[in-house]
Design a protein around this ligand. Structure first.
Ligand code: PLP
Length: 411
């Protein structure tokens, strides 16, 4: 397997900044001098002779061997993302959920305990509670924002704390520094799902997190094209604990998808700034609409963790805005939410986010539809809630689109 530390590096000054790393970090050009990164669409690699093949399989010589665990295009993506997250190392996975799967298989064993926010992505809860529960890994779900609940949930066998900030779809922000302190006091690791912010807005490792995971499907790709994921963290964990699992279990990212996400990283910074700016305009407008009873957006001063969010997220709120439409009962609220979604003519009705195309979602019946009503309400997700993942269209057009369904509610 290729030891990424020993492979040659791209030559540039040590102190280059995030936007430069996003465009330039990777592997050196091939002998053909390509300017855009090469796509190595190959499942295996050829060796000059049998002895060299043996040395490479024994990991005595650096080389790419087999794309289930090493491929130059995938390595370029991993290096670039690691540099942007300020991590020593990264490992790309076939999806965001595969990244969580890899982390848990790699770091935990039967009898270990996880403390996780109850506001994380629905499939994360399902994976931890349902699947890993079967193998004797127990999870306790706690408040996203009440640090005391995290501390109180710690046990002698707690090995991992898992947080996602801001959360989906309520955009609740947790205090990464405080959670890192709780984890480290107990000798546990803090993992942060950095999907909503991306390293363009938030670098959890700088704030004390041990590992960052991504759904590359979201802002890293940025244009809704591929499913991808990654884990970023210390070399010792990535190479010592995660790569061996990847080699045996094969939740690897395909070279083609890695190439797409790698190219997505090049525009991440400007996309996140532009989409955050549009989301702020939209959130302010939504707050003024009579048919809307509540808006959730970290960039609004009305957001309960506004100051923490601004400090943690480079002063930007991100591109996801959620709001609740009026409705006296859950049935009426759901009908009104469906009416607003169905009236749109520009927005895409989908459950994804992180696309240039604005997406409207009804979380209670889609992304969080597999949770019980009790779990949903515990996470604050009501039937009247709509999530808007702001894209790059003109924000006025998106306001007009949402107003088609919101204006009748106010009458
Ligand atoms: C916050 C968050 N984490 C993880 C995931 C899982 O990512 P993927 O769909 O790439 O498996 C998602 C998305 O769907 C998400 O929104």
């Amino acid at each position: 397997m290729a030891d990424i530390k020993r492979l040659p590096r791209v030559e540039f000054p040590d102190d280059v900044r995030l936007d430069t790393l996003a465009v330039r970090e990777g592997l050196p050009r091939t002998q053909w001098g390509e300017n855009s990164e090469a796509l190595f669409l190959t499942s295996s690699f050829v060796h000059p002779d049998a002895a060299t093949a043996a040395a490479r399989f024994a990991n005595e010589e650096e080389a790419f061997v087999y794309s289930r665990f090493s491929n130059p295009t995938v390595t370029m993506f991993e290096r670039r993302l690691a540099a942007m997250e300020g991590a020593e190392s990264a490992l790309a996975t076939s999806s965001g959920m595969a990244a969580i799967l890899l982390l848990i298989i790699g770091l935990l064993k039967s009898g270990d305990h996880v403390v996780c926010s109850r506001s994380v992505f629905g499939s994360t809860i399902k994976l931890l509670q349902g699947e890993f529960g079967k193998f004797g890994v127990e999870s306790t779900f706690v408040s996203q924002t009440d640090v005391g609940e995290w501390r109180a949930a710690m046990r002698s066998n707690t090995k991992l704390l898992f947080a996602e900030t801001p959360s989906n779809p309520l955009t609740e922000v947790c205090d990464i520094r405080a959670l890192a302190a709780i984890a480290h006091d107990a000798g546990a690791l803090l993992v942060v799902d950095n999907c909503f912010c991306s390293p363009a807005l938030q670098r959890p490792i700088e704030l004390g997190a041990d590992l960052v995971m991504h759904s590359g499907t979201k802002y890293l790709d940025g244009q809704g094209r591929v499913i991808a994921g990654a884990v970023c963290g210390p070399q010792a964990i990535v190479e010592g604990k995660l790569i061996p699992v990847m080699r045996s279990a094969g939740m690897s990212l395909s070279p083609f998808n890695a190439w797409v996400v790698l190219k997505g990283l090049e525009t991440l910074g400007i996309r996140m700034e532009a989409q955050s700016a549009r989301a702020l305009v939209l959130a302010r407008w939504l707050e003024a609409q009579p048919g809307v009873t509540r808006v959730y957006y970290p960039g609004l001063p009305s957001h309960p963790q506004h100051e923490l969010a601004m400090a943690q997220q480079r002063g930007l709120g991100g591109a996801v805005v959620s709001f609740v439409v009026q409705g006296d009962t859950p049935e009426v609220a759901r009908r009104n939410a469906f009416a607003v979604i169905d009236a749109t003519r520009i927005c895409s009705i989908s459950a994804n986010l992180g696309d240039t195309k604005t997406i409207v979602t009804h979380p209670a019946s889609t992304s969080h539809g597999r949770l019980t009503e009790e779990q949903r309400l515990a996470a604050g997700i009501t039937q009247g809630m709509i999530r808007v993942a702001m894209g790059l269209e003109d924000v006025q057009d998106i306001q007009n689109d949402l107003d088609l369904g919101l204006a009748p509610l106010a009458r």
